[in-house]
Design a protein around this ligand. Sequence first.
Ligand code: CYT
Length: 506
Amino acid sequence: MLGAVAATGPAACTPVSTSQSTVEEPDAVAARGGPLLLRGVRLAGGRRTDVLLEQGRIAAVDAVANGAPELDLTGYLPQPSAVETHAHLDKALLGDRVPNPTGELDGAKDAITAAAAGIPDEDIRVRASAALEMAVRHGYTAVRSHADTGRGNGLRMGADAVGGVPYVDPDPAQAMREYLVAAREHGRLVDLHTDETTDPAVLSLRELAAETARTGMGGRVTASHCVSLGQQDPATARRVSAEVAAAVVALPHTNLYLQGRQAGTRVPRALTAVEALREAGAVLAGGGGNWRDPFNAVGRADPFEVASLLVSAGHFTPAEAYEAVTDKARQVLGHPPVRIRPGDPAELMAVKAGDLGTAVAQAGEDRAVFHRGRSSRGPGSQAGCTERSDHGLPTRRTNLSAPVRRARRSHRRFGAEAPDRRWADPPGEQRSRDRQHQHVGGGQRPQRASRQGDQADDDDRELTAHGQHGSRAQPAPRPGAVAPRRVPPGEDLGAGGDHGQRECDR
Ligand SMILES: Nc1ccnc(=O)[nH]1
């Protein structure tokens, strides 16, 4: 069972987001690690080779078959798996049931506020699980999620990081300060919806930088959305970007949907100042944000979808855009980098495509996903759902996965429509029954049972640890810098930022 729902409880009206650490189920750890040979993968540049995964790591490139179980990935391009830094799992897939009549931010807030009290916990769990299934199928192996808990409740409910939407507060600067102070007091990281407006007068990133300096939270803060920064004149955007050198998450899907609706013509592009931020050395990740809810009517939890939007709306190259949902997103969460090289975490997505540009452009569904070196979704699983063998590899197909059946049952129970197959059970879906595969989130796990071997500890840290601030030496952040956690290549990192983030294992 997916252990995935972020701190839920009845969704509260105030969109304050939190997260909860994941308690990893012991057998998930015990079960990982067997060797697996990926046969015939295509490396960047076109060379074909075999890659061996073992103990949750890439054990060898140009590996020699040694009797390990094999997976034929001829024609697949192995890439780092994606990391979603900013989801709203508690609202995911609510769109049809909670319409946003204006399509604007206020309409979304009003709609969810009116509906929240009538949404049972189980309903949240079912939708969040379905959304996570969708995300894993598409190549996410970590997701950090906000959940609306009502201000001040999240940490009490077990969140492992602080999230918030200060701009809904009458005094946003004060709200920012309180979020940061709460995060500092509890030793948590923080991610704030900095602003979501095309009004250039707002520029909340500056205030966030000032509060970050004041509270001494440099290096522990992520600034999400930051739409107004994209509405500045170029010199101001550059200056502010240089001042904050932020860990910023751009959310093209949500903000292109919500903002600019009144304009008619010359519609402002509601994206943060991606170019200025990148020039300033900010770690700029791309996030999905809202997946088919009142804040975004579309969204299929697919890193290629976010990447494609960054290409179109942010003028990233396809490679840069994929990096924004993989490497940069990993940096935001404090996860170590993944390259196709021995020793790196086996957090991979292999997609059937000749090159990365084609993969981003086509967003083909034929993908294989590996988490901790094991298959979370097998290749060629285009039609129907695929169950696993004991090796975690697909063995047979079914048309209706248990999660979908579960979802249907509960939706019936709550008098709601059955979930749409397009999201609940899309083509290429694999039923991810093995519990070890679905890691989602980078939840802090303060207590961890001791395990055998350093490798296991490293792996865990790679996948789950967040919020253990100060446990590793880091460059001192500039005063006021809303700085990313920088991870030296190859180093596992025991901390990462998130509000609303959570890890899921099943
Ligand atoms: N953009 C958003 C702001 C607040 N809540 C959401 O779910 N999404």
